[in-house]
Unconditional design. Sequence first.
Length: 217
Amino acid sequence: MTAPRSRRRSAAYAALALGLAGSLALTGCNSHSSKKSKKTSSSSSKSKKHKIIGGGAAAAGAGAGAASRRVSPCWPSTYRVTFSQQTGPDSHVTVKFKNTTSKTCRLYNGPQLRFNNAKAPLPLLAGDPGVLGGPTIDVPAKGYAYAVIPTNSPASKGTEQKSVTIDFMGSSASSTTRGPVTLNFAEKRLHISVGKSKVTNWSHSIHGAELTAGVGK
């Protein structure tokens, strides 16, 4: 074989070898790119799933939080509402409510008190709450609320009462909660005198109720 022919065969073999190497390299790149694309797609899908699940959990948590913030109305009971009379220049009757439950409850405006089976309850010192209702206070578990009836004049002190029917106002001006209940003063050995007077709205403190009634210092 002559030298020129030998050189031509060597060049052809070299070109063939380079072509095969390039083809293998291209195949490897395509394979690697395909695997990477699949991983990226899978990761994106998982991320979306996590986001959806997380959003659902957050919504459920918000709903539970709103439910936990709901406060039920308080209701009267002869074991939860007590009366006491203070004498002197600042004479007044204190109405004390105790929340004996394990949850916070809500009081609206003031107590509705009918002494000696009166047709109408004792008026509120703050006036009629109106159509949309009036102020409210939340009483924590085992906590107290107070209202005061000033009796510092002969007309407001009136005469000794035999009983009182107790009702609690509801969220609207004309509504009431569970009740009413009647407290017999004679059975409780209480001496309560109330005449032409009015009762304050509920207060978190006895001192605040007394100041509102004009009998506090």
